[in-house]
Design a protein. Structure first.
Length: 525
């Protein structure tokens, strides 16, 4: 028995047997060639759906524990009271800001987080105002407010940036703050926007309990600079006259939509670089149709998750790809200022809406922007804004979004007004092939045809294009010194997270927050 002790092995079960502990135990025992009574516990450490066989199966990586010498993993976050003289100002309460704050506490530093938006609960009212009345509060919306852009999202927790940090630890921290244990084993974990706010609130409460501060409706309107040293920030509190907040270091984690922060960087000679990004539309299918294509089942079997897809191709050397797929999800209005049309996707934990949506976007290079007459470091921001505003102006002044059946988009025809979409403010029929710049429209068209050949049934009149998906990633990078992670030439300023160009999702932003906080600690030691 010795050589098999606590070994990890892979077994397969049907979706119906996902929770059949007896069967899982007997399969593990038979694979290990031991008796089931020799195994004290079978621990699932990874699970994924394999949709390649005729009927999908679950692949489970399990550990058969035979001598309970297994230790529970170390906690992700160890609360401790900080009463440090060294105060770190963190601008932005998104995943980068909150995980930077947790790590500051681990390092014995006192975090003070300031956030332009409201706490998760109060933020809901402003989301309702966008949904129902088309009113966009520039400080509190789907991108701004406690938890950042990830709060009312799908809560997908996967990243390709495995080398940049300890993903498992971040997932453990989320579980310690109320996320379901399943995220520790699922190959494609997600939380859902009905569960995320409570988790974020618990993180905030933990930060405060440890001696940190979290201040809402505190919008940074300027940096406090002294001879190329960032001493803190000038902050407007609930729209009032600005006050200076001074700290020993400043972590700038304001996300990809804080365009005013990019302007402030220019004002203070904080270096910025233009960065490629992507822009396009959301494409929404009936979830049952995607299930039929992916699982070969029109009615999804019990215990199978709403299925997803990931598609990519090159059109004339330019990448076009699906992005932030939300199975069983909803399309949401994600503008951060009045007069813009921006959409994004979210889902609830059960992913049980009848719709499947995904961003479908075209890479935007600096060369293309220059051809279009957009130059300078803010070229990408100016381009994003110009299309968001043009698409808004084509509408009726509300947040109703322009839409077109996928088949009509490909054949350049206007659709009827009878399209079905999850987008709550509603959609209206519009010639998306004309509203979008030709460059985007043509590449999307080619890509949709290519996607149909990869995934039969994708190109259907049941699918609808909704615009505009423009906030996929930051069009700007705020460069950092490789070793200190400080802005080059500006002491004490640490650009962080997605807005600085070092993350592309919740997990990578959290990882960057942790890495930056460690560097701050080193700097202040
Ligand atoms: C609708 C939607 C769905 C998404 N779904 C997913 C998903 O399922 N999975 C995933 O991995 N990613 C998802 N994303 C992307 C993800 O949310 C971001 O990558 C992530 O939140 C970036 O984290 P961050 O902390 O760097 O920035 P952000 O989350 O953008 O946080 C920045 C914070 O800074 C604040 N701020 C900005 N300016 C100021 C200022 N002047 N003063 C004070 N505070 C300021 C903002 O209010 C905001 O709260 C989604 C995004 C959206 C919009």
């Amino acid at each position: 028995m010795g050589k098999n002790q606590n070994e990890s092995i892979e077994i397969s079960v049907s979706p119906a047997d996902l929770y059949n502990e007896e069967l899982i135990l007997s399969k593990a025992a038979s694979k290990l060639k031991v008796s089931a009574s020799d195994i004290q516990e079978v621990k699932i450490i990874r699970r994924s759906v394999d949709a390649r066989p005729r009927r999908p199966v679950y692949r489970l990586r399990v550990k058969a524990i035979m001598d309970r010498e297994e230790q529970d993993s170390a906690p992700g976050f160890m609360p401790q009271i900080v009463n440090s003289e060294r105060k770190v100002l963190i601008i932005g309460a998104g995943p980068a800001g909150y995980f930077a704050a947790l790590e500051c506490i681990q390092q014995g530093l006192t975090p003070m987080i300031i956030e332009r938006g409201k706490d998760v609960q109060a933020r809901r009212r402003d989301l309702r105002a966008i949904q129902q009345f088309g009113e966009v509060n520039p400080d509190s919306n789907y991108c701004f407010g406690e938890g950042g852009a990830g709060t009312y999202s799908d809560g997908k927790l996967y990243t390709r940036s495995h080398k940049r940090g300890n993903i498992e630890r971040i997932l453990r921290i989320l579980v310690e703050h109320g996320a379901h244990q399943d995220i520790l084993i699922d190959a494609h974990p997600h939380i859902g926007s009905n569960k995320l706010p409570a988790i974020i609130r618990q993180i905030r409460e933990n930060i405060i309990a440890c001696g940190g501060q979290v201040l809402f409706q505190h919008r940074v309107v300027d940096f406090v600079m002294e001879a190329k040293r960032c001493m803190g920030a000038m902050v407007s509190i609930e729209g009032g006259a600005p006050v200076d907040i001074i700290a020993d270091a400043v972590i700038l984690a304001t996300g990809h939509s804080a365009r005013d922060i990019f302007e402030l960087c220019i004002k203070h000679d904080i270096s910025l670089e233009a960065k490629d990004f992507a822009l396009g539309v959301r494409i929404e299918h009936p979830q049952a149709l995607i299930d039929q294509i992916q699982y070969n089942q029109r009615k999804r079997e019990e215990n199978l998750p709403a299925s997803s897809y990931s598609l990519a191709c090159q059109v004339s050397g330019v990448g076009v790809f699906s992005f932030c797929m939300c199975p069983g999800g909803l399309i949401v209005p994600a503008a951060t200022s009045p007069g813009e049309m921006v959409v994004n996707g979210m889902s609830l934990s059960k992913r049980d809406s009848p719709y499947a949506n995904a961003g479908t976007v075209v890479e935007i290079s600096q060369a293309y922007l220059a051809e279009e007459g957009f130059t300078g470091v803010l070229a990408g921001v100016d381009y994003q804004r110009s299309i968001e505003q043009a698409i808004f102006e084509a509408g009726d002044g509300s947040q109703r979004a322009p839409a077109q059946r996928l088949t009509d988009f490909v054949s350049h025809q206007l659709s009827g007004d009878d399209m079905s979409s999850s987008y709550i403010p509603g959609v209206y029929a519009a010639p998306m092939h004309e509203l979008l710049p030709d460059y985007i429209s043509q590449k999307l068209r080619e890509a949709i045809l290519a996607f149909e050949s990869k995934m039969k049934g994708y190109l259907t009149e049941e699918a609808v294009i909704v615009g505009l998906e423009s906030r996929t990633s930051s069009p700007i990078r705020i460069p950092r010194d490789k070793d200190s992670l400080m802005s080059p030439g500006i002491q004490r300023l640490f650009p962080c997270g997605e807005g600085a160009g070092y993350a592309g999702g919740i997990l990578s932003a959290a990882m960057d927050g942790i890495n930056v906080a460690r560097k701050v600690s080193k700097h202040l030691a």
